[in-house]
Design a protein around this ligand. Sequence first.
Ligand code: HEM
Length: 575
Amino acid sequence: MVLPAIRIGFMESPAHKLGPGLAILLVCLVCLFLCIQAFFHFGPCRPLPGIPRNKLSWMGFKGDIIEVFKAGNTMDWLLEQSRKHGPICQLFLRPLKQPFVLISDYTVAQAIMLKRKEWDRSDYSIELLSGQAPMHHINLKTGPEWRAHRKLIQDLMGQSFLNNVAAPNIYSSTLNLVELWTMKERTANGHAFSATDDVIHSTLDAAWAFTFGDAFPVKAIHQGTISCAPVTFTEHKVTFGSPSQLPAVEATLGASDIVGELAASPCPTTSWYIMRATSKRVKRHLAIRREYVQEQIMAAVERLHVTDPVLAEGKVKFTSATDFVVRRVKDCAESAGEVPDYLSETVFGLIIGGHDTTSTTKSWGLKHLADNQIVQDRLRASLRASFSLATQERRMPTVQEITGTCIPYLDAVLEEILRLACSLAILDRQATCDTEVLGHHIPKGTIVMMLNRGPSFTEPAFDEALAGGLSVAGTGSSWVVHTLHHFMPERWLETNDQGRSFFNPKAGPTLPFGSGPRSCYGRKLGYLDLRIVFVLLVWRFKLHKCAPELSTYDAVETLTYKPERCYVNLESIKE
Ligand code: HEM
C-alpha cells in the first residue's frame, strides 16, 4: 500500500518529473563547488600562507571585491585593511587571480622599490594604463626597450630644458591663472569659488606649452576667462559659469577619467576593449589626441631643419620638449637605421604626466595653505624677504628669480604639500622571482601595492616588532607621531652649525614620486611647476579659509587622488 502511494505521488508531482534532472543538476553543482574549492586551494588565486587576510568567503570566492565596492572609496578601504592587519596583508581584488599584497610601511616599501632585480612595474598598472598608450615606457618592463624609450626624453630633466623651456612656459601659464583669479576675486566679493577646473586648465596649458612650445594654438584657461560672469551666489560661495570645453581639452582631460573608470573595474583589460569598441566618446578622444600630437611632431620635425641665426652656425634653437625628443629620434634613427614608432605616445605621456599629478598636488596645496594661515603668512614673508628687489620694485618675481633663489621655507612647504597630497597614493611592483617580504615568502609574479599615506607616513607606524624591526619615523621633534597628519612644513627644516636654517629633503618618510629605477621621471619638472605656482599665487593673493562645508578633505579617485572640493576665497594683495 505504501509503495504504490509513494509511486503514484512521485509520478504525479512536478518534482518527480524534474527528478533525474534535479539530481544531475545537484551533482554538477557539487562538482563545480569542489572544482572551485580545489582551484582556490591549489590554483593561482590561493591565499599566500601566513600573510593576514580577510576571512570573508563565499563558495571559495573571497569577499574583498564586494567589500571594496561597498566602501565606495578604494583608498579609504585599503587604509582600513592596513590598520586592521598590520604592515602586510593580502587582498583578493581580482576574480580568479593571485591576491595583491598590501604593504603599509615606508622602509619596507622603499626597500622593495630599490631592489631593481627582484621587482618591476606590475602587470596590473600596465593593464590600467596601457590601453591608451601601449608603447609608452611607463607600460614597459624594465629592460633594453624601456631604456631606449627613456633615452628619447633624457634631455628633459636637464637644466637647459628646465630653465629655458619649461620654466618660462609654466610661468606664463600661471600668470594667466593669476589674471583670471584677479577678475574672479573682484566679482566674488569675499565669496569662495571652485578652483578645481582653473588649476587643471592652467596646468594643462603649462604642459602643452612646455611640450609643444608657446605657439600651440589651444589654451584651456581662456575658456574660464570668458565664463567669468557669476551665475549664482549662495551664503559662502559663488559659482561661475563653465562653458563647454574645446575638443582638445576634453579629449586630453578624458584620458585620466578613463584610467579612473578602468581602475574601478575588476577586469580592466576587458573593460578597456569594450569601451574602445563601443564608446563614441573614447573613440573621439583618441582620434583628437592622435591628430594634434601628430601635427605638433611634424611641426617639430620641420623646425629641426631651421637653424637659428642668433645661435652658433648650424645649431637649432629648441623651444619645446618635442624639439628635444625629435632630435633624439633623429639621432637614434641615424644610428639604428629606423624611426621609432612610439614617438607620439612618448610625447603625449609628457602632457598626461605633466598635468594630472601636478594639478592634483596644487589643489591639495591650496587647501592646506588656506587652512593654515600661519604657514601661509610665514611663506609670504620669506618670499618678500628673498625676492627683495621685486618687493622694492612692487612687481611679481621674475621666472629667473623664482628658479634661481634658494628659499628653504618654500622648499619645506612644497615638500609638505607633496607629503600630504599623495596624488598617486598607491605604488606598485611585481616580483620577478621568488622573494621575501617581512619574513613572508612571496612567489614570483605576486603584485605588491604600497601605500604612501597612512601608517608610517601620516599616522604612527606599526610597532617595530610587527614591522620587522624596521625604523620608520623621521628625525627631530617635528616628527612626533601624533602630528604626522598635520600640515607642518617646519618638519623639513634643520639648523646648521652656523645657526642657519636649511631644507633637508630626507628629514622624514615620504614617497610622493616613488623610488628606485621606476620612480617618477618628471620629478624635477613637478617641483619646478609647484615652485612657480605657489610663489606667484601666495605673492599675489591672500588665501582665506573657506566655510567648513567647502574645506573638507574627502577625495575622488581618477588617475590621481583628487580633493573632492577645492575652493579658494581670495583677496588680492596690492603691490
Ligand atoms: C607633482 C607632480 C608629480 C607627482 C606627484 C608624480 C608622481 C609619480 C609617481 C608616484 C610615479 C610612480 C613611481 C614609482 O612607481 O616608483 C610616477 C611615475 C612617472 N611619472 Fe610622475 N609625478 C609627477 C609629475 C610628473 C611629470 C611632470 C612627468 C612628466 C612630464 C611625470 C612622468 C612620469 C613618468 C614617465 C613615470 C613612469 C616612470 C617609469 O615607469 O619609468 N611625472 N610619477
